[in-house]
Design a protein around this ligand. Structure first.
Ligand SMILES: Cc1cc2nc3c(=O)[nH]c(=O)nc-3n(C[C@H](O)[C@H](O)[C@H](O)COP(=O)(O)O)c2cc1C
Ligand SMILES: CCCCCCC(=O)C(=O)O
Length: 369
Protein backbone atom coordinates (compact mmCIF):
# COMPACT_ATOMS: atom_id res chain seq x y z
CA UNK A 1 0.00 0.00 0.00
CA UNK A 2 1.44 3.34 -0.98
CA UNK A 3 1.01 6.22 1.42
CA UNK A 4 0.38 8.91 -1.18
CA UNK A 5 -3.24 9.33 -0.13
CA UNK A 6 -1.92 11.15 2.91
CA UNK A 7 -0.93 13.79 0.31
CA UNK A 8 2.05 16.00 0.67
CA UNK A 9 0.67 19.33 1.91
CA UNK A 10 0.88 22.05 -0.76
CA UNK A 11 3.04 24.11 1.62
CA UNK A 12 5.69 21.42 1.82
CA UNK A 13 5.88 21.26 -1.97
CA UNK A 14 6.03 25.04 -2.26
CA UNK A 15 8.73 25.16 0.40
CA UNK A 16 10.91 22.69 -1.50
CA UNK A 17 13.90 24.66 -2.75
CA UNK A 18 15.63 21.90 -4.67
CA UNK A 19 15.14 18.39 -6.00
CA UNK A 20 16.62 16.86 -2.84
CA UNK A 21 13.75 18.40 -0.87
CA UNK A 22 11.24 16.88 -3.29
CA UNK A 23 13.03 13.54 -3.09
CA UNK A 24 12.59 13.57 0.68
CA UNK A 25 8.86 14.26 0.27
CA UNK A 26 8.54 11.56 -2.37
CA UNK A 27 10.39 8.95 -0.36
CA UNK A 28 8.22 9.66 2.68
CA UNK A 29 5.08 9.06 0.62
CA UNK A 30 6.06 5.57 -0.54
CA UNK A 31 5.81 2.19 1.10
CA UNK A 32 8.87 -0.08 1.26
CA UNK A 33 7.98 -2.15 -1.82
CA UNK A 34 7.67 0.91 -4.08
CA UNK A 35 10.55 2.83 -2.55
CA UNK A 36 12.97 -0.04 -2.95
CA UNK A 37 11.91 -0.60 -6.54
CA UNK A 38 12.41 3.06 -7.48
CA UNK A 39 15.59 3.71 -5.53
CA UNK A 40 17.55 0.54 -6.15
CA UNK A 41 20.50 0.01 -8.44
CA UNK A 42 22.22 -3.20 -9.51
CA UNK A 43 24.46 -5.16 -7.15
CA UNK A 44 26.74 -2.86 -5.11
CA UNK A 45 25.27 0.27 -6.75
CA UNK A 46 28.67 1.65 -7.78
CA UNK A 47 27.30 2.96 -11.08
CA UNK A 48 24.25 4.45 -9.39
CA UNK A 49 26.52 6.54 -7.15
CA UNK A 50 29.01 7.26 -9.92
CA UNK A 51 26.34 8.90 -12.09
CA UNK A 52 26.07 11.68 -9.49
CA UNK A 53 29.74 11.75 -8.57
CA UNK A 54 30.84 12.29 -12.18
CA UNK A 55 28.72 15.44 -12.46
CA UNK A 56 30.09 16.73 -9.18
CA UNK A 57 33.73 16.11 -10.16
CA UNK A 58 33.43 18.15 -13.36
CA UNK A 59 34.16 21.83 -12.73
CA UNK A 60 32.85 24.88 -14.53
CA UNK A 61 34.96 27.58 -16.23
CA UNK A 62 32.51 30.51 -16.22
CA UNK A 63 32.90 33.53 -18.50
CA UNK A 64 32.09 37.03 -17.22
CA UNK A 65 31.07 40.45 -18.49
CA UNK A 66 28.48 39.02 -20.84
CA UNK A 67 24.98 40.52 -21.18
CA UNK A 68 22.80 37.96 -19.39
CA UNK A 69 19.85 40.29 -18.75
CA UNK A 70 17.73 37.81 -20.72
CA UNK A 71 18.60 34.11 -20.63
CA UNK A 72 16.80 31.85 -23.08
CA UNK A 73 16.69 28.18 -22.07
CA UNK A 74 14.52 27.06 -24.98
CA UNK A 75 15.57 24.29 -27.34
CA UNK A 76 14.01 21.45 -29.33
CA UNK A 77 14.29 17.68 -29.62
CA UNK A 78 13.58 16.11 -33.01
CA UNK A 79 11.78 19.34 -33.92
CA UNK A 80 9.61 19.44 -30.78
CA UNK A 81 10.08 22.79 -28.98
CA UNK A 82 10.96 22.50 -25.28
CA UNK A 83 11.09 25.24 -22.64
CA UNK A 84 14.50 23.85 -21.64
CA UNK A 85 16.61 20.77 -22.46
CA UNK A 86 14.96 18.70 -19.72
CA UNK A 87 12.66 15.75 -20.39
CA UNK A 88 11.34 12.75 -18.48
CA UNK A 89 12.97 9.33 -18.92
CA UNK A 90 10.86 6.17 -19.18
CA UNK A 91 10.14 4.41 -15.93
CA UNK A 92 7.81 1.53 -15.28
CA UNK A 93 4.81 1.61 -12.97
CA UNK A 94 4.00 5.19 -12.03
CA UNK A 95 0.97 3.79 -10.22
CA UNK A 96 3.30 2.82 -7.39
CA UNK A 97 3.87 6.53 -6.79
CA UNK A 98 0.45 8.08 -7.24
CA UNK A 99 -3.11 7.05 -8.17
CA UNK A 100 -3.01 9.28 -11.27
CA UNK A 101 0.09 7.33 -12.39
CA UNK A 102 1.38 8.12 -15.91
CA UNK A 103 -1.52 10.51 -16.55
CA UNK A 104 -0.10 12.91 -13.96
CA UNK A 105 3.39 12.71 -15.48
CA UNK A 106 2.05 13.29 -18.99
CA UNK A 107 0.00 16.30 -17.90
CA UNK A 108 3.03 17.77 -16.16
CA UNK A 109 5.19 17.29 -19.25
CA UNK A 110 2.56 19.04 -21.32
CA UNK A 111 2.04 21.87 -18.83
CA UNK A 112 5.79 22.57 -18.61
CA UNK A 113 6.50 22.30 -22.37
CA UNK A 114 8.67 19.27 -21.72
CA UNK A 115 8.49 15.73 -23.13
CA UNK A 116 7.66 12.48 -21.38
CA UNK A 117 8.93 9.07 -22.41
CA UNK A 118 6.27 6.44 -21.72
CA UNK A 119 7.52 3.02 -20.63
CA UNK A 120 6.26 -0.17 -22.24
CA UNK A 121 5.50 -1.17 -18.64
CA UNK A 122 3.22 1.70 -17.73
CA UNK A 123 0.22 1.16 -15.48
CA UNK A 124 -1.85 3.24 -17.91
CA UNK A 125 -2.68 2.35 -21.52
CA UNK A 126 -0.76 4.15 -24.26
CA UNK A 127 -3.88 5.85 -25.63
CA UNK A 128 -4.83 7.42 -22.28
CA UNK A 129 -1.34 8.81 -21.76
CA UNK A 130 -1.20 10.05 -25.34
CA UNK A 131 -4.37 12.06 -24.81
CA UNK A 132 -2.94 13.69 -21.67
CA UNK A 133 0.49 14.36 -23.17
CA UNK A 134 -1.02 16.05 -26.26
CA UNK A 135 1.90 15.21 -28.51
CA UNK A 136 4.56 15.73 -25.85
CA UNK A 137 5.50 12.06 -25.55
CA UNK A 138 7.87 9.46 -26.87
CA UNK A 139 7.20 5.75 -26.54
CA UNK A 140 9.82 3.43 -25.01
CA UNK A 141 9.86 -0.12 -26.34
CA UNK A 142 11.04 -3.26 -24.67
CA UNK A 143 11.05 -5.72 -27.52
CA UNK A 144 8.97 -8.74 -26.56
CA UNK A 145 9.65 -12.20 -27.90
CA UNK A 146 6.19 -11.86 -29.43
CA UNK A 147 7.14 -9.54 -32.29
CA UNK A 148 3.53 -9.11 -33.42
CA UNK A 149 2.66 -7.78 -29.99
CA UNK A 150 5.63 -5.40 -30.11
CA UNK A 151 4.57 -4.23 -33.53
CA UNK A 152 1.02 -3.61 -32.28
CA UNK A 153 2.36 -1.43 -29.45
CA UNK A 154 4.30 0.66 -31.96
CA UNK A 155 1.18 1.17 -34.06
CA UNK A 156 -0.79 2.17 -30.97
CA UNK A 157 1.92 4.60 -29.85
CA UNK A 158 2.06 6.27 -33.22
CA UNK A 159 -1.74 6.55 -33.39
CA UNK A 160 -1.72 8.05 -29.87
CA UNK A 161 0.64 10.83 -30.97
CA UNK A 162 4.08 9.57 -29.96
CA UNK A 163 6.82 11.60 -31.68
CA UNK A 164 9.61 9.05 -31.41
CA UNK A 165 10.40 5.46 -30.56
CA UNK A 166 12.90 5.01 -27.73
CA UNK A 167 14.28 1.51 -28.09
CA UNK A 168 15.99 0.33 -24.91
CA UNK A 169 19.09 -1.68 -25.76
CA UNK A 170 20.77 -2.21 -22.39
CA UNK A 171 18.34 -4.69 -20.89
CA UNK A 172 18.12 -8.11 -22.57
CA UNK A 173 17.85 -9.23 -18.95
CA UNK A 174 17.04 -7.06 -15.96
CA UNK A 175 20.02 -6.19 -13.78
CA UNK A 176 20.07 -7.75 -10.35
CA UNK A 177 18.67 -5.24 -7.87
CA UNK A 178 19.45 -7.25 -4.82
CA UNK A 179 17.11 -5.53 -2.42
CA UNK A 180 14.19 -6.34 -4.77
CA UNK A 181 15.30 -9.97 -4.82
CA UNK A 182 15.69 -10.10 -1.06
CA UNK A 183 12.29 -8.58 -0.38
CA UNK A 184 10.59 -10.23 -3.39
CA UNK A 185 9.35 -7.10 -5.06
CA UNK A 186 5.87 -7.54 -6.51
CA UNK A 187 3.35 -5.22 -8.11
CA UNK A 188 0.36 -4.65 -5.84
CA UNK A 189 -2.72 -6.49 -7.08
CA UNK A 190 -4.56 -3.31 -8.12
CA UNK A 191 -1.88 -2.40 -10.68
CA UNK A 192 -1.34 -3.98 -14.08
CA UNK A 193 0.78 -3.50 -17.18
CA UNK A 194 -2.02 -3.03 -19.70
CA UNK A 195 0.20 -2.57 -22.77
CA UNK A 196 1.76 -5.96 -22.21
CA UNK A 197 -0.23 -8.39 -20.11
CA UNK A 198 -3.46 -8.99 -18.31
CA UNK A 199 -3.50 -8.35 -14.59
CA UNK A 200 -4.13 -12.07 -14.08
CA UNK A 201 -1.02 -13.01 -16.01
CA UNK A 202 1.08 -10.75 -13.81
CA UNK A 203 -0.51 -11.97 -10.62
CA UNK A 204 0.42 -15.54 -11.54
CA UNK A 205 4.14 -14.81 -11.81
CA UNK A 206 5.92 -16.56 -8.96
CA UNK A 207 7.71 -14.49 -6.34
CA UNK A 208 9.05 -17.33 -4.19
CA UNK A 209 12.42 -17.14 -5.91
CA UNK A 210 12.82 -13.36 -5.79
CA UNK A 211 11.59 -10.25 -7.64
CA UNK A 212 8.39 -10.77 -9.60
CA UNK A 213 9.56 -8.42 -12.33
CA UNK A 214 12.91 -10.06 -12.88
CA UNK A 215 11.18 -13.43 -13.19
CA UNK A 216 8.51 -12.11 -15.54
CA UNK A 217 10.93 -10.13 -17.71
CA UNK A 218 13.21 -13.14 -18.22
CA UNK A 219 10.52 -14.98 -20.16
CA UNK A 220 9.05 -11.98 -21.92
CA UNK A 221 11.93 -10.05 -23.45
CA UNK A 222 13.63 -10.80 -26.76
CA UNK A 223 17.31 -11.50 -26.16
CA UNK A 224 18.26 -12.35 -29.73
CA UNK A 225 18.00 -8.86 -31.24
CA UNK A 226 21.23 -7.54 -32.85
CA UNK A 227 22.30 -4.62 -35.02
CA UNK A 228 21.23 -6.65 -38.07
CA UNK A 229 17.64 -6.66 -36.80
CA UNK A 230 17.42 -2.87 -36.69
CA UNK A 231 16.36 -2.96 -40.34
CA UNK A 232 13.31 -4.96 -39.22
CA UNK A 233 12.50 -2.40 -36.52
CA UNK A 234 12.91 0.44 -39.02
CA UNK A 235 10.26 -1.20 -41.21
CA UNK A 236 7.76 -1.39 -38.35
CA UNK A 237 7.39 2.35 -37.73
CA UNK A 238 7.94 5.66 -39.47
CA UNK A 239 8.86 7.30 -36.14
CA UNK A 240 12.46 8.42 -35.49
CA UNK A 241 14.31 5.73 -33.52
CA UNK A 242 16.44 6.55 -30.48
CA UNK A 243 18.67 3.82 -29.03
CA UNK A 244 18.64 4.14 -25.23
CA UNK A 245 21.51 2.63 -23.29
CA UNK A 246 24.56 3.53 -25.39
CA UNK A 247 27.80 3.94 -23.42
CA UNK A 248 30.62 3.63 -25.98
CA UNK A 249 31.86 5.42 -29.07
CA UNK A 250 31.80 2.10 -30.95
CA UNK A 251 28.08 1.57 -30.42
CA UNK A 252 27.31 5.25 -30.99
CA UNK A 253 28.93 5.00 -34.44
CA UNK A 254 26.81 1.95 -35.24
CA UNK A 255 23.68 3.75 -34.05
CA UNK A 256 24.40 6.74 -36.27
CA UNK A 257 25.23 4.49 -39.23
CA UNK A 258 21.86 2.79 -38.73
CA UNK A 259 20.10 6.17 -38.84
CA UNK A 260 19.27 6.18 -35.11
CA UNK A 261 19.59 8.84 -32.45
CA UNK A 262 21.62 8.11 -29.31
CA UNK A 263 20.52 8.14 -25.67
CA UNK A 264 23.55 7.86 -23.40
CA UNK A 265 22.45 5.88 -20.36
CA UNK A 266 23.36 3.12 -17.95
CA UNK A 267 19.72 2.78 -16.91
CA UNK A 268 20.27 4.75 -13.73
CA UNK A 269 22.81 2.20 -12.49
CA UNK A 270 20.17 -0.56 -12.53
CA UNK A 271 21.72 -2.85 -15.14
CA UNK A 272 25.49 -3.48 -15.30
CA UNK A 273 27.14 -2.44 -12.07
CA UNK A 274 30.52 -0.70 -12.45
CA UNK A 275 29.53 0.43 -15.96
CA UNK A 276 30.85 3.90 -16.75
CA UNK A 277 28.75 6.88 -15.69
CA UNK A 278 26.65 8.41 -18.45
CA UNK A 279 28.33 11.79 -18.04
CA UNK A 280 31.83 10.33 -18.42
CA UNK A 281 30.74 8.37 -21.50
CA UNK A 282 29.33 11.49 -23.19
CA UNK A 283 32.46 13.15 -24.69
CA UNK A 284 33.66 10.12 -26.69
CA UNK A 285 30.13 9.54 -27.95
CA UNK A 286 29.72 13.15 -29.06
CA UNK A 287 33.03 12.92 -30.94
CA UNK A 288 32.08 9.63 -32.57
CA UNK A 289 28.63 10.73 -33.69
CA UNK A 290 30.05 13.95 -35.14
CA UNK A 291 26.70 15.67 -35.54
CA UNK A 292 24.98 12.84 -37.46
CA UNK A 293 22.35 12.17 -34.76
CA UNK A 294 20.84 13.90 -31.75
CA UNK A 295 22.35 12.82 -28.43
CA UNK A 296 20.48 12.67 -25.12
CA UNK A 297 21.68 11.70 -21.66
CA UNK A 298 20.21 10.47 -18.40
CA UNK A 299 21.61 9.27 -15.08
CA UNK A 300 21.99 11.27 -11.90
CA UNK A 301 20.67 14.59 -13.18
CA UNK A 302 19.43 16.57 -10.18
CA UNK A 303 21.01 20.03 -10.53
CA UNK A 304 20.85 22.85 -13.06
CA UNK A 305 24.64 22.67 -13.33
CA UNK A 306 24.29 18.97 -14.35
CA UNK A 307 22.03 20.02 -17.20
CA UNK A 308 24.45 22.75 -18.20
CA UNK A 309 27.50 20.46 -18.16
CA UNK A 310 25.78 17.78 -20.25
CA UNK A 311 24.49 20.27 -22.82
CA UNK A 312 27.87 22.06 -22.95
CA UNK A 313 29.52 18.73 -23.79
CA UNK A 314 27.08 17.99 -26.60
CA UNK A 315 23.85 16.51 -25.24
CA UNK A 316 20.76 17.91 -26.92
CA UNK A 317 18.72 17.31 -23.75
CA UNK A 318 18.84 15.44 -20.47
CA UNK A 319 16.15 13.22 -19.01
CA UNK A 320 15.01 12.64 -15.42
CA UNK A 321 14.36 9.14 -14.12
CA UNK A 322 14.00 8.96 -10.35
CA UNK A 323 13.75 12.75 -9.92
CA UNK A 324 10.44 12.71 -11.80
CA UNK A 325 9.24 9.73 -9.75
CA UNK A 326 10.00 11.51 -6.47
CA UNK A 327 7.95 14.50 -7.68
CA UNK A 328 5.11 12.21 -8.70
CA UNK A 329 5.14 10.44 -5.34
CA UNK A 330 5.25 13.75 -3.48
CA UNK A 331 2.27 15.38 -5.17
CA UNK A 332 1.21 13.85 -8.50
CA UNK A 333 1.13 16.27 -11.43
CA UNK A 334 2.02 19.25 -9.20
CA UNK A 335 5.04 17.42 -7.86
CA UNK A 336 6.38 16.60 -11.33
CA UNK A 337 5.73 20.17 -12.47
CA UNK A 338 7.56 21.56 -9.46
CA UNK A 339 10.50 19.25 -10.17
CA UNK A 340 10.72 20.47 -13.76
CA UNK A 341 10.32 24.12 -12.75
CA UNK A 342 12.96 24.04 -10.03
CA UNK A 343 15.48 22.35 -12.30
CA UNK A 344 14.78 24.72 -15.19
CA UNK A 345 15.21 27.71 -12.85
CA UNK A 346 18.52 26.33 -11.61
CA UNK A 347 19.64 25.75 -15.19
CA UNK A 348 18.74 29.33 -16.18
CA UNK A 349 20.74 30.73 -13.27
CA UNK A 350 23.68 28.47 -14.04
CA UNK A 351 23.65 29.70 -17.64
CA UNK A 352 23.64 33.31 -16.47
CA UNK A 353 26.50 32.73 -14.05
CA UNK A 354 28.49 31.02 -16.81
CA UNK A 355 27.97 33.97 -19.14
CA UNK A 356 25.71 32.05 -21.54
CA UNK A 357 22.52 33.75 -22.68
CA UNK A 358 21.52 31.08 -25.23
CA UNK A 359 21.83 27.31 -25.51
CA UNK A 360 24.27 27.79 -28.42
CA UNK A 361 26.62 29.57 -26.02
CA UNK A 362 27.07 26.37 -24.00
CA UNK A 363 30.31 24.88 -25.33
CA UNK A 364 32.85 22.33 -24.02
CA UNK A 365 35.15 25.19 -22.99
CA UNK A 366 32.84 25.79 -20.01
CA UNK A 367 33.63 22.39 -18.48
CA UNK A 368 36.87 21.05 -17.02
CA UNK A 369 36.63 17.27 -16.69
C1 LIG B 1 11.92 2.74 -11.17
C2 LIG B 1 12.57 2.82 -12.52
C3 LIG B 1 11.96 2.18 -13.59
C4 LIG B 1 12.55 2.25 -14.86
N1 LIG B 1 11.89 1.70 -15.91
C5 LIG B 1 12.43 1.83 -17.15
C6 LIG B 1 11.73 1.34 -18.27
O1 LIG B 1 10.62 0.84 -18.17
N2 LIG B 1 12.32 1.46 -19.48
C7 LIG B 1 13.57 2.03 -19.64
O2 LIG B 1 14.08 2.11 -20.76
N3 LIG B 1 14.24 2.53 -18.59
C8 LIG B 1 13.69 2.46 -17.35
N4 LIG B 1 14.35 3.00 -16.30
C9 LIG B 1 15.62 3.72 -16.49
C10 LIG B 1 15.36 5.22 -16.74
O3 LIG B 1 14.77 5.42 -17.99
C11 LIG B 1 16.64 6.04 -16.71
O4 LIG B 1 17.56 5.49 -17.60
C12 LIG B 1 17.28 6.18 -15.34
O5 LIG B 1 16.33 6.20 -14.32
C13 LIG B 1 18.09 7.48 -15.28
O6 LIG B 1 18.74 7.63 -14.06
P1 LIG B 1 18.21 8.54 -12.86
O7 LIG B 1 17.12 7.77 -12.20
O8 LIG B 1 19.41 8.72 -12.02
O9 LIG B 1 17.70 9.84 -13.45
C14 LIG B 1 13.78 2.94 -15.03
C15 LIG B 1 14.38 3.57 -13.94
C16 LIG B 1 13.78 3.52 -12.69
C17 LIG B 1 14.45 4.22 -11.54
C1 LIG C 1 8.39 -7.07 -16.20
C2 LIG C 1 8.50 -5.59 -16.03
C3 LIG C 1 9.90 -5.11 -16.12
C4 LIG C 1 9.95 -3.64 -16.01
C5 LIG C 1 11.36 -3.17 -16.09
C6 LIG C 1 11.45 -1.72 -15.94
C7 LIG C 1 12.88 -1.27 -15.87
O1 LIG C 1 13.49 -1.01 -16.88
C8 LIG C 1 13.52 -1.12 -14.59
O2 LIG C 1 14.67 -0.62 -14.59
O3 LIG C 1 12.96 -1.51 -13.56
Amino acid sequence: MTLHNLNTPGDALRDAVNLADIEALGRAALDRNALEYYASGANDEHTLRENRAAFTRARLRPRVLVDVSGVDTRTSVLGLPLSSPIGIAPSAFHGLAHPDAERATARAAHARDSVMTLSTFSNTPIETVGADAQGRFWFQLYLLRDRAHSRAMLDRAQAAGARALVFTVDAPYLGRREVNERHRFALPAHLGAPNVASRDALAQVETDSGSQLANYFRDLADKTFTWHDLAWLREQTPLPIILKGILTAEDAVLAAEHGCHVWVSNHGGRQLDTAISSFEALPEIVDAVAGRSEIYLDGGVTRGTDVLKAVALGARAVFLGRAALWGLAAAGQNGVERTLTLLEDEFRLAMALCGAARIEHLTPALVRL
